[in-house]
Write a protein of this length. Structure first.
Lengths: 168, 73, 384
Protein backbone atom coordinates (compact mmCIF):
# COMPACT_ATOMS: atom_id res chain seq x y z
CA UNK A 1 0.00 0.00 0.00
CA UNK A 2 2.86 2.35 0.90
CA UNK A 3 4.48 1.53 -2.45
CA UNK A 4 1.46 2.68 -4.44
CA UNK A 5 1.31 5.81 -2.39
CA UNK A 6 4.98 6.59 -3.03
CA UNK A 7 4.43 6.05 -6.74
CA UNK A 8 1.61 8.55 -6.82
CA UNK A 9 3.68 11.19 -5.05
CA UNK A 10 6.66 10.61 -7.35
CA UNK A 11 4.54 10.65 -10.51
CA UNK A 12 2.85 13.91 -9.61
CA UNK A 13 6.08 15.50 -8.45
CA UNK A 14 7.78 14.65 -11.74
CA UNK A 15 4.84 15.72 -13.86
CA UNK A 16 4.53 19.01 -12.04
CA UNK A 17 8.12 20.12 -12.17
CA UNK A 18 8.52 23.01 -14.53
CA UNK A 19 11.72 24.68 -15.58
CA UNK A 20 11.88 28.40 -16.33
CA UNK A 21 13.84 29.08 -19.49
CA UNK A 22 14.54 32.72 -18.79
CA UNK A 23 16.58 33.30 -15.66
CA UNK A 24 15.26 36.56 -14.24
CA UNK A 25 17.72 38.12 -11.89
CA UNK A 26 18.33 41.42 -10.21
CA UNK A 27 20.58 43.41 -12.52
CA UNK A 28 19.12 42.01 -15.73
CA UNK A 29 16.91 44.12 -17.99
CA UNK A 30 13.19 43.57 -17.53
CA UNK A 31 11.50 41.73 -20.44
CA UNK A 32 9.76 44.13 -22.79
CA UNK A 33 6.05 43.40 -22.33
CA UNK A 34 3.21 44.82 -24.40
CA UNK A 35 -0.31 44.39 -23.03
CA UNK A 36 -3.75 45.98 -23.29
CA UNK A 37 -4.44 48.71 -20.76
CA UNK A 38 -7.95 48.53 -19.30
CA UNK A 39 -8.29 52.32 -19.32
CA UNK A 40 -7.72 52.73 -23.05
CA UNK A 41 -7.87 50.84 -26.32
CA UNK A 42 -4.12 51.01 -26.87
CA UNK A 43 -1.38 48.69 -25.70
CA UNK A 44 1.04 49.65 -22.97
CA UNK A 45 4.67 48.59 -23.23
CA UNK A 46 7.54 48.61 -20.74
CA UNK A 47 9.32 51.22 -22.85
CA UNK A 48 6.40 53.66 -22.29
CA UNK A 49 7.65 53.97 -18.71
CA UNK A 50 11.38 54.43 -19.48
CA UNK A 51 12.80 57.15 -17.25
CA UNK A 52 10.46 56.34 -14.36
CA UNK A 53 10.77 53.97 -11.43
CA UNK A 54 8.28 51.13 -11.92
CA UNK A 55 6.62 48.83 -9.40
CA UNK A 56 5.49 46.00 -11.70
CA UNK A 57 2.92 43.82 -9.94
CA UNK A 58 1.42 40.55 -11.15
CA UNK A 59 -1.91 40.16 -9.36
CA UNK A 60 -5.29 38.39 -9.45
CA UNK A 61 -8.71 39.00 -7.91
CA UNK A 62 -8.59 35.64 -6.14
CA UNK A 63 -5.37 36.35 -4.28
CA UNK A 64 -5.93 37.62 -0.69
CA UNK A 65 -2.53 39.36 -0.33
CA UNK A 66 -3.49 41.39 -3.43
CA UNK A 67 -6.45 42.80 -1.49
CA UNK A 68 -3.99 43.91 1.19
CA UNK A 69 -1.56 45.38 -1.33
CA UNK A 70 -3.86 47.49 -3.50
CA UNK A 71 -4.81 50.26 -1.04
CA UNK A 72 -1.19 50.47 0.08
CA UNK A 73 0.11 50.69 -3.50
CA UNK A 74 -2.51 53.29 -4.38
CA UNK A 75 -1.33 55.47 -1.50
CA UNK A 76 2.32 54.96 -2.47
CA UNK A 77 1.54 55.78 -6.11
CA UNK A 78 -0.23 59.01 -5.21
CA UNK A 79 2.62 60.03 -2.91
CA UNK A 80 5.54 59.51 -5.31
CA UNK A 81 4.00 59.77 -8.77
CA UNK A 82 5.09 63.39 -9.31
CA UNK A 83 8.68 62.37 -8.55
CA UNK A 84 8.55 59.84 -11.38
CA UNK A 85 7.16 56.67 -9.78
CA UNK A 86 4.54 54.47 -11.44
CA UNK A 87 2.72 51.29 -10.48
CA UNK A 88 1.94 48.93 -13.37
CA UNK A 89 -0.37 46.14 -12.24
CA UNK A 90 -0.69 43.20 -14.63
CA UNK A 91 -3.89 41.29 -13.94
CA UNK A 92 -3.87 37.57 -14.78
CA UNK A 93 -7.53 36.73 -14.03
CA UNK A 94 -8.83 34.38 -16.70
CA UNK A 95 -12.17 36.16 -16.66
CA UNK A 96 -12.50 39.93 -16.67
CA UNK A 97 -15.54 39.89 -14.32
CA UNK A 98 -13.34 38.76 -11.43
CA UNK A 99 -10.98 41.68 -11.99
CA UNK A 100 -13.87 44.16 -12.32
CA UNK A 101 -15.46 43.04 -9.05
CA UNK A 102 -12.11 43.42 -7.29
CA UNK A 103 -11.53 46.91 -8.65
CA UNK A 104 -14.98 48.03 -7.45
CA UNK A 105 -13.87 47.22 -3.90
CA UNK A 106 -10.25 48.34 -4.29
CA UNK A 107 -10.14 51.09 -6.92
CA UNK A 108 -6.77 52.11 -8.35
CA UNK A 109 -5.65 55.14 -10.30
CA UNK A 110 -2.45 53.46 -11.54
CA UNK A 111 -2.18 51.52 -14.82
CA UNK A 112 -3.81 48.13 -14.95
CA UNK A 113 -2.96 45.80 -17.82
CA UNK A 114 -4.55 42.49 -18.81
CA UNK A 115 -2.64 39.24 -19.32
CA UNK A 116 -5.41 36.60 -19.11
CA UNK A 117 -3.35 33.91 -20.87
CA UNK A 118 -0.53 34.36 -18.38
CA UNK A 119 1.96 34.81 -21.23
CA UNK A 120 3.98 37.53 -19.48
CA UNK A 121 3.58 35.92 -16.05
CA UNK A 122 5.38 32.98 -17.65
CA UNK A 123 8.09 35.14 -19.18
CA UNK A 124 8.65 36.86 -15.85
CA UNK A 125 8.89 33.37 -14.25
CA UNK A 126 6.34 34.09 -11.53
CA UNK A 127 6.73 31.58 -8.68
CA UNK A 128 4.01 32.76 -6.30
CA UNK A 129 1.04 35.07 -6.29
CA UNK A 130 1.48 37.98 -6.09
CA UNK A 131 4.99 38.75 -7.38
CA UNK A 132 6.36 42.23 -7.97
CA UNK A 133 9.43 43.66 -9.65
CA UNK A 134 10.92 47.05 -8.92
CA UNK A 135 12.45 48.35 -12.15
CA UNK A 136 14.72 51.38 -12.29
CA UNK A 137 14.71 54.31 -14.72
CA UNK A 138 16.91 52.37 -17.16
CA UNK A 139 14.58 49.37 -17.31
CA UNK A 140 16.74 47.10 -15.13
CA UNK A 141 15.21 44.81 -12.49
CA UNK A 142 16.44 45.95 -9.08
CA UNK A 143 14.20 43.96 -6.69
CA UNK A 144 11.98 40.89 -6.91
CA UNK A 145 9.32 40.35 -4.25
CA UNK A 146 7.26 37.17 -3.88
CA UNK A 147 4.07 37.38 -1.89
CA UNK A 148 2.84 40.41 0.02
CA UNK A 149 2.35 41.30 3.69
CA UNK A 150 1.17 44.64 5.07
CA UNK A 151 4.57 45.44 6.55
CA UNK A 152 6.30 44.98 3.17
CA UNK A 153 5.21 48.44 2.05
CA UNK A 154 7.87 50.03 4.24
CA UNK A 155 10.70 48.19 2.52
CA UNK A 156 9.14 48.90 -0.88
CA UNK A 157 8.94 52.63 -0.19
CA UNK A 158 12.57 52.70 0.90
CA UNK A 159 13.67 51.03 -2.33
CA UNK A 160 11.52 53.36 -4.44
CA UNK A 161 12.93 56.52 -2.90
CA UNK A 162 16.49 55.18 -3.36
CA UNK A 163 15.89 54.54 -7.07
CA UNK A 164 14.09 57.85 -7.59
CA UNK A 165 17.21 59.59 -6.32
CA UNK A 166 19.34 57.89 -8.99
CA UNK A 167 19.90 59.61 -12.29
CA UNK A 168 19.06 57.89 -15.60
CA UNK B 1 -8.63 -10.94 1.05
CA UNK B 2 -9.11 -7.57 2.73
CA UNK B 3 -5.52 -6.52 1.92
CA UNK B 4 -6.12 -7.27 -1.76
CA UNK B 5 -9.29 -5.18 -1.78
CA UNK B 6 -7.39 -2.29 -0.25
CA UNK B 7 -4.65 -2.61 -2.86
CA UNK B 8 -7.17 -2.57 -5.69
CA UNK B 9 -9.02 0.46 -4.34
CA UNK B 10 -5.79 2.38 -3.84
CA UNK B 11 -4.52 1.44 -7.31
CA UNK B 12 -7.70 2.68 -8.95
CA UNK B 13 -7.58 5.94 -7.00
CA UNK B 14 -3.93 6.47 -7.80
CA UNK B 15 -4.27 5.71 -11.51
CA UNK B 16 -7.24 8.07 -11.75
CA UNK B 17 -5.30 10.76 -9.95
CA UNK B 18 -2.04 10.36 -11.85
CA UNK B 19 -3.76 10.36 -15.23
CA UNK B 20 -5.23 13.76 -14.37
CA UNK B 21 -1.98 15.24 -13.07
CA UNK B 22 -0.81 18.32 -14.98
CA UNK B 23 1.51 21.06 -13.74
CA UNK B 24 -0.42 24.13 -12.64
CA UNK B 25 1.35 27.49 -12.81
CA UNK B 26 1.02 29.81 -9.78
CA UNK B 27 -1.15 32.23 -11.77
CA UNK B 28 -3.47 29.45 -12.96
CA UNK B 29 -4.84 28.70 -9.49
CA UNK B 30 -7.90 30.93 -9.70
CA UNK B 31 -10.41 28.06 -9.72
CA UNK B 32 -8.62 26.27 -6.88
CA UNK B 33 -8.83 29.46 -4.80
CA UNK B 34 -12.64 29.54 -4.88
CA UNK B 35 -14.23 28.94 -1.48
CA UNK B 36 -16.28 26.04 -2.87
CA UNK B 37 -13.01 24.29 -3.72
CA UNK B 38 -11.69 24.41 -0.16
CA UNK B 39 -11.50 21.15 1.74
CA UNK B 40 -12.81 22.66 4.97
CA UNK B 41 -14.27 26.06 4.23
CA UNK B 42 -16.36 25.88 7.41
CA UNK B 43 -14.17 24.59 10.23
CA UNK B 44 -16.82 24.96 12.92
CA UNK B 45 -19.40 22.99 10.99
CA UNK B 46 -16.87 20.29 10.16
CA UNK B 47 -15.96 19.97 13.84
CA UNK B 48 -19.62 19.70 14.85
CA UNK B 49 -20.42 17.11 12.18
CA UNK B 50 -17.43 14.97 13.03
CA UNK B 51 -18.20 15.18 16.77
CA UNK B 52 -21.76 14.07 16.09
CA UNK B 53 -20.84 11.15 13.88
CA UNK B 54 -18.01 10.05 16.17
CA UNK B 55 -20.42 9.96 19.12
CA UNK B 56 -22.96 7.79 17.30
CA UNK B 57 -20.63 5.56 15.32
CA UNK B 58 -17.40 3.66 15.96
CA UNK B 59 -15.37 5.20 13.17
CA UNK B 60 -13.36 8.38 13.63
CA UNK B 61 -10.30 10.04 12.21
CA UNK B 62 -8.85 10.89 8.82
CA UNK B 63 -9.64 14.59 8.78
CA UNK B 64 -7.03 17.34 8.92
CA UNK B 65 -4.18 18.93 7.04
CA UNK B 66 -3.62 21.94 4.79
CA UNK B 67 -3.33 22.19 1.04
CA UNK B 68 -4.95 23.28 -2.21
CA UNK B 69 -6.24 26.81 -2.58
CA UNK B 70 -4.42 29.72 -4.16
CA UNK B 71 -0.91 28.91 -2.90
CA UNK B 72 -0.29 32.61 -2.33
CA UNK B 73 2.66 34.04 -0.38
CA UNK C 1 -27.00 10.21 30.51
CA UNK C 2 -24.70 8.17 28.36
CA UNK C 3 -21.02 8.68 28.86
CA UNK C 4 -20.36 7.78 25.27
CA UNK C 5 -22.66 10.54 24.14
CA UNK C 6 -20.67 12.88 26.29
CA UNK C 7 -17.41 11.47 25.03
CA UNK C 8 -18.65 12.39 21.61
CA UNK C 9 -18.58 16.05 22.40
CA UNK C 10 -15.76 15.82 24.90
CA UNK C 11 -12.27 16.85 23.92
CA UNK C 12 -11.55 15.34 20.57
CA UNK C 13 -8.10 16.44 19.61
CA UNK C 14 -8.79 17.72 16.14
CA UNK C 15 -5.45 19.17 15.16
CA UNK C 16 -5.75 21.60 12.32
CA UNK C 17 -9.46 22.14 12.51
CA UNK C 18 -9.83 25.84 13.12
CA UNK C 19 -12.02 28.11 11.01
CA UNK C 20 -9.93 27.50 7.90
CA UNK C 21 -9.80 29.52 4.74
CA UNK C 22 -9.43 28.11 1.28
CA UNK C 23 -5.71 28.88 1.32
CA UNK C 24 -2.57 27.04 2.29
CA UNK C 25 -0.22 28.58 4.80
CA UNK C 26 -0.46 31.96 6.40
CA UNK C 27 -1.78 33.89 3.51
CA UNK C 28 -4.50 35.96 5.08
CA UNK C 29 -3.63 38.87 7.29
CA UNK C 30 -7.19 39.30 8.41
CA UNK C 31 -8.67 38.77 11.84
CA UNK C 32 -11.68 36.52 11.88
CA UNK C 33 -14.44 35.65 14.29
CA UNK C 34 -16.96 32.87 13.80
CA UNK C 35 -20.02 32.06 15.84
CA UNK C 36 -22.06 28.93 15.29
CA UNK C 37 -25.19 27.59 16.94
CA UNK C 38 -25.97 23.92 16.35
CA UNK C 39 -28.87 21.72 17.42
CA UNK C 40 -28.88 17.94 17.43
CA UNK C 41 -32.02 15.92 18.10
CA UNK C 42 -32.78 12.20 18.05
CA UNK C 43 -36.06 10.48 17.36
CA UNK C 44 -38.30 8.98 20.08
CA UNK C 45 -37.59 11.69 22.67
CA UNK C 46 -34.04 10.57 23.01
CA UNK C 47 -31.05 12.86 23.22
CA UNK C 48 -31.00 16.55 22.37
CA UNK C 49 -27.95 18.83 22.28
CA UNK C 50 -27.44 22.56 21.78
CA UNK C 51 -23.94 23.70 20.91
CA UNK C 52 -22.58 27.23 20.96
CA UNK C 53 -19.17 27.71 19.39
CA UNK C 54 -17.10 30.89 19.18
CA UNK C 55 -13.78 30.98 17.33
CA UNK C 56 -11.39 33.89 16.87
CA UNK C 57 -8.26 33.95 14.72
CA UNK C 58 -5.70 36.75 14.77
CA UNK C 59 -2.50 37.33 12.79
CA UNK C 60 0.44 38.41 14.95
CA UNK C 61 3.29 40.13 13.17
CA UNK C 62 4.18 38.77 9.75
CA UNK C 63 4.36 35.07 10.52
CA UNK C 64 2.35 34.12 13.60
CA UNK C 65 -1.33 33.24 13.74
CA UNK C 66 -3.16 32.64 17.00
CA UNK C 67 -6.58 31.11 17.46
CA UNK C 68 -8.99 30.61 20.33
CA UNK C 69 -12.01 28.35 20.28
CA UNK C 70 -14.76 28.19 22.93
CA UNK C 71 -17.54 25.61 23.06
CA UNK C 72 -20.56 25.24 25.34
CA UNK C 73 -22.76 22.14 24.95
CA UNK C 74 -26.02 21.59 26.70
CA UNK C 75 -27.37 18.05 26.61
CA UNK C 76 -30.63 16.57 27.78
CA UNK C 77 -32.80 13.54 27.12
CA UNK C 78 -32.74 9.80 27.44
CA UNK C 79 -30.23 7.32 26.13
CA UNK C 80 -30.07 3.54 25.90
CA UNK C 81 -28.73 1.77 28.97
CA UNK C 82 -29.10 -1.89 28.04
CA UNK C 83 -31.17 -4.34 26.03
CA UNK C 84 -33.52 -6.86 27.57
CA UNK C 85 -35.49 -9.76 26.11
CA UNK C 86 -39.22 -9.74 26.52
CA UNK C 87 -41.51 -12.73 27.03
CA UNK C 88 -41.56 -13.51 23.29
CA UNK C 89 -37.73 -13.52 23.04
CA UNK C 90 -37.61 -10.15 21.25
CA UNK C 91 -34.93 -7.69 22.19
CA UNK C 92 -36.08 -4.38 23.60
CA UNK C 93 -33.97 -1.38 24.34
CA UNK C 94 -34.22 0.12 27.81
CA UNK C 95 -33.51 3.82 28.08
CA UNK C 96 -32.47 5.92 31.02
CA UNK C 97 -35.13 8.27 32.28
CA UNK C 98 -34.88 11.70 30.71
CA UNK C 99 -32.38 13.42 32.93
CA UNK C 100 -31.71 17.01 33.86
CA UNK C 101 -29.62 19.18 31.62
CA UNK C 102 -25.88 18.54 31.51
CA UNK C 103 -23.35 21.11 30.42
CA UNK C 104 -19.91 20.81 28.91
CA UNK C 105 -17.43 23.62 28.39
CA UNK C 106 -14.36 23.40 26.20
CA UNK C 107 -11.53 25.73 25.31
CA UNK C 108 -8.93 25.21 22.58
CA UNK C 109 -6.04 27.44 21.63
CA UNK C 110 -3.40 27.21 18.95
CA UNK C 111 -0.42 29.13 17.65
CA UNK C 112 1.15 28.67 14.24
CA UNK C 113 4.23 30.05 12.53
CA UNK C 114 4.52 30.36 8.76
CA UNK C 115 7.90 30.00 7.09
CA UNK C 116 8.18 30.18 3.30
CA UNK C 117 7.02 26.64 2.60
CA UNK C 118 6.58 25.20 6.07
CA UNK C 119 3.88 25.87 8.61
CA UNK C 120 4.33 24.80 12.24
CA UNK C 121 1.57 24.73 14.79
CA UNK C 122 1.08 23.83 18.43
CA UNK C 123 -2.07 23.83 20.46
CA UNK C 124 -3.90 22.54 23.45
CA UNK C 125 -7.23 22.52 25.13
CA UNK C 126 -9.45 21.35 27.94
CA UNK C 127 -12.98 20.04 28.10
CA UNK C 128 -14.95 19.90 31.33
CA UNK C 129 -18.29 18.50 32.45
CA UNK C 130 -19.41 17.12 35.77
CA UNK C 131 -18.30 13.55 35.16
CA UNK C 132 -15.64 13.91 32.51
CA UNK C 133 -12.53 16.04 32.16
CA UNK C 134 -10.12 15.99 29.26
CA UNK C 135 -6.92 17.89 28.49
CA UNK C 136 -4.91 17.64 25.31
CA UNK C 137 -1.91 19.06 23.48
CA UNK C 138 -1.15 18.83 19.80
CA UNK C 139 1.52 19.76 17.28
CA UNK C 140 1.61 19.78 13.52
CA UNK C 141 3.77 20.54 10.53
CA UNK C 142 2.68 21.31 6.99
CA UNK C 143 5.23 21.33 4.17
CA UNK C 144 4.43 22.75 0.74
CA UNK C 145 6.56 21.28 -2.04
CA UNK C 146 6.70 21.33 -5.75
CA UNK C 147 5.72 24.99 -6.24
CA UNK C 148 3.03 24.51 -3.55
CA UNK C 149 1.18 21.92 -5.61
CA UNK C 150 1.89 19.24 -3.03
CA UNK C 151 1.42 19.65 0.71
CA UNK C 152 2.64 17.08 3.23
CA UNK C 153 0.91 17.09 6.60
CA UNK C 154 1.99 15.49 9.86
CA UNK C 155 0.20 16.03 13.16
CA UNK C 156 0.22 14.39 16.56
CA UNK C 157 -1.80 14.85 19.69
CA UNK C 158 -2.02 13.42 23.18
CA UNK C 159 -5.06 13.57 25.46
CA UNK C 160 -5.48 12.69 29.11
CA UNK C 161 -8.99 12.07 30.45
CA UNK C 162 -10.45 11.73 33.96
CA UNK C 163 -13.72 9.82 34.27
CA UNK C 164 -16.24 9.63 37.10
CA UNK C 165 -19.90 8.66 37.03
CA UNK C 166 -22.98 10.02 38.73
CA UNK C 167 -24.48 7.27 40.89
CA UNK C 168 -21.32 5.17 40.75
CA UNK C 169 -18.85 6.59 43.28
CA UNK C 170 -16.43 3.69 42.67
CA UNK C 171 -15.67 5.05 39.20
CA UNK C 172 -12.56 7.20 39.37
CA UNK C 173 -10.69 6.33 36.23
CA UNK C 174 -8.27 7.72 33.66
CA UNK C 175 -7.60 7.26 29.99
CA UNK C 176 -4.80 8.40 27.69
CA UNK C 177 -5.02 8.72 23.92
CA UNK C 178 -2.49 9.41 21.20
CA UNK C 179 -3.48 10.31 17.67
CA UNK C 180 -1.30 10.80 14.60
CA UNK C 181 -2.09 11.99 11.10
CA UNK C 182 0.04 11.59 8.01
CA UNK C 183 -1.32 12.98 4.79
CA UNK C 184 -0.81 14.51 1.40
CA UNK C 185 -2.80 17.13 -0.47
CA UNK C 186 -2.07 17.18 -4.19
CA UNK C 187 -3.27 19.57 -6.85
CA UNK C 188 -4.02 17.46 -9.89
CA UNK C 189 -4.84 20.20 -12.41
CA UNK C 190 -6.43 23.67 -12.60
CA UNK C 191 -9.78 22.18 -11.67
CA UNK C 192 -9.14 19.40 -9.20
CA UNK C 193 -7.27 18.30 -6.14
CA UNK C 194 -7.06 15.23 -3.95
CA UNK C 195 -6.20 14.72 -0.30
CA UNK C 196 -5.35 11.40 1.29
CA UNK C 197 -4.72 11.02 5.02
CA UNK C 198 -4.03 8.14 7.35
CA UNK C 199 -4.67 8.45 11.06
CA UNK C 200 -3.53 6.13 13.84
CA UNK C 201 -5.01 6.34 17.33
CA UNK C 202 -4.03 4.46 20.49
CA UNK C 203 -6.16 4.53 23.60
CA UNK C 204 -5.27 3.15 27.02
CA UNK C 205 -7.14 3.07 30.28
CA UNK C 206 -10.81 3.06 31.12
CA UNK C 207 -12.63 2.70 27.80
CA UNK C 208 -15.97 1.35 29.03
CA UNK C 209 -19.17 3.31 29.45
CA UNK C 210 -19.97 3.53 33.18
CA UNK C 211 -23.65 4.25 32.44
CA UNK C 212 -24.25 1.20 30.29
CA UNK C 213 -24.98 -2.39 31.29
CA UNK C 214 -25.50 -5.75 29.67
CA UNK C 215 -28.32 -8.20 30.32
CA UNK C 216 -27.72 -11.87 31.10
CA UNK C 217 -30.73 -13.81 29.87
CA UNK C 218 -30.57 -17.06 31.85
CA UNK C 219 -30.14 -15.38 35.21
CA UNK C 220 -32.15 -12.22 34.34
CA UNK C 221 -29.39 -10.09 35.87
CA UNK C 222 -27.36 -7.12 34.68
CA UNK C 223 -23.64 -6.38 34.86
CA UNK C 224 -21.69 -3.27 33.91
CA UNK C 225 -20.35 -2.59 30.43
CA UNK C 226 -16.76 -3.90 30.30
CA UNK C 227 -14.47 -3.19 27.36
CA UNK C 228 -10.77 -3.88 26.73
CA UNK C 229 -8.25 -1.60 28.40
CA UNK C 230 -6.78 -0.51 25.09
CA UNK C 231 -7.86 0.23 21.56
CA UNK C 232 -6.08 0.84 18.26
CA UNK C 233 -7.84 2.67 15.45
CA UNK C 234 -6.74 3.17 11.86
CA UNK C 235 -8.48 5.35 9.30
CA UNK C 236 -7.68 6.19 5.68
CA UNK C 237 -9.59 9.11 4.26
CA UNK C 238 -9.39 10.23 0.65
CA UNK C 239 -11.09 13.43 -0.49
CA UNK C 240 -11.47 14.56 -4.07
CA UNK C 241 -12.60 18.01 -5.20
CA UNK C 242 -13.48 18.92 -8.78
CA UNK C 243 -14.44 22.26 -10.29
CA UNK C 244 -17.20 22.49 -12.90
CA UNK C 245 -16.79 25.84 -14.61
CA UNK C 246 -19.81 25.31 -16.86
CA UNK C 247 -22.13 24.75 -13.90
CA UNK C 248 -21.61 28.34 -12.72
CA UNK C 249 -18.32 27.37 -11.04
CA UNK C 250 -19.80 24.53 -9.01
CA UNK C 251 -17.60 22.10 -7.10
CA UNK C 252 -18.06 18.41 -6.35
CA UNK C 253 -16.60 16.99 -3.14
CA UNK C 254 -16.34 13.21 -2.84
CA UNK C 255 -14.90 11.54 0.26
CA UNK C 256 -14.27 7.91 1.12
CA UNK C 257 -12.95 6.69 4.44
CA UNK C 258 -11.91 3.18 5.40
CA UNK C 259 -11.79 2.48 9.14
CA UNK C 260 -10.46 -0.55 10.99
CA UNK C 261 -9.96 -1.00 14.72
CA UNK C 262 -8.78 -3.87 16.89
CA UNK C 263 -12.13 -4.31 18.57
CA UNK C 264 -13.29 -5.93 15.33
CA UNK C 265 -15.10 -2.93 13.85
CA UNK C 266 -14.59 -2.24 10.12
CA UNK C 267 -16.40 0.75 8.74
CA UNK C 268 -16.82 2.55 5.42
CA UNK C 269 -17.93 6.15 5.02
CA UNK C 270 -18.88 7.87 1.77
CA UNK C 271 -19.78 11.56 1.61
CA UNK C 272 -20.75 13.56 -1.44
CA UNK C 273 -21.46 17.29 -1.60
CA UNK C 274 -22.21 19.60 -4.46
CA UNK C 275 -21.36 23.27 -3.93
CA UNK C 276 -23.54 25.28 -6.26
CA UNK C 277 -23.04 29.06 -6.49
CA UNK C 278 -26.30 30.82 -7.31
CA UNK C 279 -26.58 34.58 -7.88
CA UNK C 280 -24.24 37.00 -6.20
CA UNK C 281 -22.47 35.55 -3.15
CA UNK C 282 -25.04 32.78 -2.55
CA UNK C 283 -24.19 29.08 -2.48
CA UNK C 284 -26.41 26.08 -2.00
CA UNK C 285 -24.84 22.79 -1.00
CA UNK C 286 -26.83 19.54 -1.09
CA UNK C 287 -25.01 16.60 0.48
CA UNK C 288 -25.35 12.89 1.00
CA UNK C 289 -23.71 10.45 3.40
CA UNK C 290 -23.59 6.69 3.69
CA UNK C 291 -21.97 4.85 6.59
CA UNK C 292 -21.71 1.15 7.41
CA UNK C 293 -19.97 -0.67 10.25
CA UNK C 294 -19.46 -4.21 11.57
CA UNK C 295 -20.20 -5.04 15.15
CA UNK C 296 -17.39 -5.21 17.69
CA UNK C 297 -16.09 -8.69 18.62
CA UNK C 298 -17.44 -8.46 22.17
CA UNK C 299 -20.78 -6.89 21.27
CA UNK C 300 -24.01 -8.75 21.73
CA UNK C 301 -27.54 -7.44 22.15
CA UNK C 302 -27.93 -9.67 25.22
CA UNK C 303 -25.67 -12.31 26.79
CA UNK C 304 -25.96 -15.65 28.54
CA UNK C 305 -23.83 -16.77 31.49
CA UNK C 306 -21.80 -18.96 29.16
CA UNK C 307 -20.88 -16.32 26.56
CA UNK C 308 -20.53 -13.34 28.89
CA UNK C 309 -16.76 -13.44 29.29
CA UNK C 310 -14.71 -10.75 30.96
CA UNK C 311 -15.28 -8.30 28.08
CA UNK C 312 -18.84 -7.52 27.02
CA UNK C 313 -20.92 -4.63 25.73
CA UNK C 314 -24.39 -3.98 24.35
CA UNK C 315 -23.69 -0.39 23.39
CA UNK C 316 -25.60 0.46 20.19
CA UNK C 317 -22.46 2.28 18.97
CA UNK C 318 -20.66 -1.05 18.76
CA UNK C 319 -23.44 -2.90 16.95
CA UNK C 320 -23.56 -3.66 13.22
CA UNK C 321 -25.57 -1.02 11.37
CA UNK C 322 -25.65 1.46 8.52
CA UNK C 323 -26.61 5.09 8.36
CA UNK C 324 -27.95 7.10 5.44
CA UNK C 325 -27.97 10.87 5.62
CA UNK C 326 -28.84 13.81 3.44
CA UNK C 327 -28.74 17.52 4.01
CA UNK C 328 -28.61 20.94 2.52
CA UNK C 329 -26.61 24.05 3.34
CA UNK C 330 -27.11 27.65 2.28
CA UNK C 331 -24.44 30.35 2.51
CA UNK C 332 -24.36 34.02 1.65
CA UNK C 333 -21.14 36.00 1.50
CA UNK C 334 -20.86 39.79 1.56
CA UNK C 335 -17.49 41.18 0.41
CA UNK C 336 -16.55 44.67 1.48
CA UNK C 337 -13.46 46.85 1.56
CA UNK C 338 -13.92 48.84 4.74
CA UNK C 339 -12.92 47.76 8.25
CA UNK C 340 -14.94 44.59 7.74
CA UNK C 341 -13.71 42.64 4.71
CA UNK C 342 -16.29 39.87 4.62
CA UNK C 343 -19.40 38.72 6.43
CA UNK C 344 -20.74 35.25 5.75
CA UNK C 345 -24.06 33.81 6.91
CA UNK C 346 -24.56 30.06 6.81
CA UNK C 347 -27.29 27.63 7.73
CA UNK C 348 -27.67 23.90 7.21
CA UNK C 349 -30.08 21.05 7.88
CA UNK C 350 -29.17 17.36 7.86
CA UNK C 351 -31.19 14.24 8.50
CA UNK C 352 -29.68 10.83 9.29
CA UNK C 353 -31.38 7.48 9.49
CA UNK C 354 -29.52 4.75 11.35
CA UNK C 355 -30.75 1.22 10.69
CA UNK C 356 -29.33 -2.24 11.25
CA UNK C 357 -30.65 -3.19 7.80
CA UNK C 358 -28.51 -0.53 6.07
CA UNK C 359 -25.34 -2.37 6.99
CA UNK C 360 -23.45 -3.96 4.09
CA UNK C 361 -23.02 -7.63 4.96
CA UNK C 362 -25.01 -7.36 8.16
CA UNK C 363 -27.39 -9.90 9.61
CA UNK C 364 -30.07 -7.29 10.25
CA UNK C 365 -30.62 -8.51 13.77
CA UNK C 366 -30.37 -5.18 15.54
CA UNK C 367 -33.43 -3.22 14.43
CA UNK C 368 -34.38 -2.56 18.06
CA UNK C 369 -31.44 -0.16 18.07
CA UNK C 370 -32.66 1.85 15.07
CA UNK C 371 -33.22 5.58 15.43
CA UNK C 372 -32.82 8.75 13.41
CA UNK C 373 -31.54 12.23 14.14
CA UNK C 374 -31.40 15.65 12.58
CA UNK C 375 -28.92 18.51 12.88
CA UNK C 376 -29.45 22.19 12.28
CA UNK C 377 -26.65 24.74 12.23
CA UNK C 378 -26.57 28.50 11.81
CA UNK C 379 -23.47 30.63 11.82
CA UNK C 380 -22.07 34.05 11.19
CA UNK C 381 -18.46 34.57 10.14
CA UNK C 382 -16.67 37.89 9.85
CA UNK C 383 -13.23 38.86 8.61
CA UNK C 384 -11.58 42.17 9.45
Amino acid sequence: MNQFYKKLATACLLLSMSFSILALEIGKPAPEFSLPNIASTTLSSLSDYRGQVIYLDFWASWCPPCRTSFPLLEALYKKHNKAGFVVVAINIDEEIEGMERFLKLYPASFDILRDPEGEWADTYAIEAMPTSFIIDKAGVIRHIHSGFAKSDIVEIETKITELLAEGL
Amino acid sequence: MKKNKIKIISLVLILAAVSACTPVKPWERGNLALSQMALDADGQEAAFRQHTFYSKESASGGYGGHGGGCGCN
Amino acid sequence: MSLINRLSLAALALPGIVAEDAYAGRVDETFSTDFQYAHYEESNDRMEVDVFNLTAVAPIGKNFTASLDLVRDTMSGASPVLNVKDGQGNVQQFLSSASITDERDALNASLSYAFDDVDLSIGGGVSDENDYFSGHVNAGVSWALNKKLTTLNLTGSVAFDEITATGRPEINETKTSQKYLLGVTQILNKDSLIQSNMTFAYHNGYLSDPYKRVYIEDTATQVNDARPGNKFQWAWLTRYVHHFKAANKAALHADYRLYIDDWGVDAHTVELSWFQPIADGWQIVPRFRYYTQDKADFYQATFTSSNLGAIHSSDYRLAGFGSIGAGIKLTKSFLMSGFVKEVKLQTAFDYNDRKASYQIGGDNSGSFDDYSFYMVTASINARF
